[in-house]
Design a protein around this ligand. Sequence first.
Ligand SMILES: [Zn+2]
Length: 123
Amino acid sequence: MLKVCPNCRETFAGGRACPDCGPDALLLDVADPATQALLPELNLARPIRRFYAARRALIQFFVGLTFGVATGLLLFRHGVGVGGEAGFLWKVGGIIGGLAVMAVFVVAGTIHARRHASRDREI
Ligand SMILES: [Zn+2]
């Protein structure tokens, strides 16, 4: 849901009133037909790009968690059947490997979101 303040023309992901203009400035939903008159004045490409960048980063974060846990469990489980130092190394490698996979996806998602969601970035 994308909302816009009728006073300052700032966009928000939701909410009821504009935090900058005060509780009297009720936000308008851009999908509402009554708001259609305001749309030509608004540059909605940037806020929409911000929301999609945040959504993609969230998906990357979720994929990273899933693959990280799967990788960690696979490596850790491999170490369960192996005794001695090799088993210990497989288990530690599973923990470190799972965390590394998660970290790669989280960092990539963060970089992607910051690159595409910057307010200062020109379109
Ligand atoms: Zn406002």
